[in-house]
Design a protein around this ligand. Structure first.
Ligand SMILES: [Fe+2]
Ligand SMILES: [Fe+2]
Length: 164
């Protein structure tokens, strides 16, 4: 149990260190008013996915760019609208590109992070992720989305603290 808590604390430390400018920005925080799945907001989903990416990364023991993993995953759904009454079913196909444009405008993101955002909707978007970080994001996004459809996001209690 203690080991698990230590790992979670490590994940949270990396998240708040590498993603500080994103997590504290008004624009990222504004995504807390847009719902993603059920009553989980886009902001909550994004933080949950980012933490799941870090968890997968630590289990995998692969050589990874942790900073990019955090930043690309936090911004993967940075489309900044309520997709339920904006894009409807087309949202699934279009929002990766929109998130990338917004993220590039609002934050200093590197090519690795841009690539992660643009490829995260595979297989709906047919271009597959061909970097380790992008592949992890793709998997973490599906795991988190599946849970959110039925209940609260992974790391719910920690996310509420991070949001403050
Ligand atoms: Fe997405
Ligand atoms: Fe997502």
């Amino acid at each position: 149990m203690r080991k698990r808590q230590a790992k979670l604390a490590e994940i949270e430390r990396d998240l708040t260190y590498y993603g500080a400018d994103i997590l504290t920005s008004d624009s990222f925080k504004s995504s807390d008013k847009n719902m993603q799945h059920g009553d989980v907001s886009v902001m909550e989903h994004s933080i949950s996915v980012s933490m799941m990416c870090m968890r997968i990364a630590k289990i995998s023991h692969m050589k990874l760019d942790y900073s990019s993993l955090v930043r690309g995953s936090l911004l993967h759904d940075y489309f900044l609208y309520d997709w339920h009454n904006h894009e409807g079913h087309l949202h699934g196909y279009r929002h990766a590109d929109k998130a990338l444009v917004n993220a590039s405008n609002d934050f200093a993101i590197n090519p690795k992070e841009a690539y992660m955002i643009s490829r995260h909707m595979f297989p709906l978007n047919i271009r597959p992720p061909k970097s380790r970080e992008a592949a992890i994001l793709c998997i973490a996004d599906k795991i988190c989305a599946t849970k959110e459809i039925f209940s609260k996001p992974f790391y719910y209690n920690r996310i509420q603290e991070i949001k403050k």
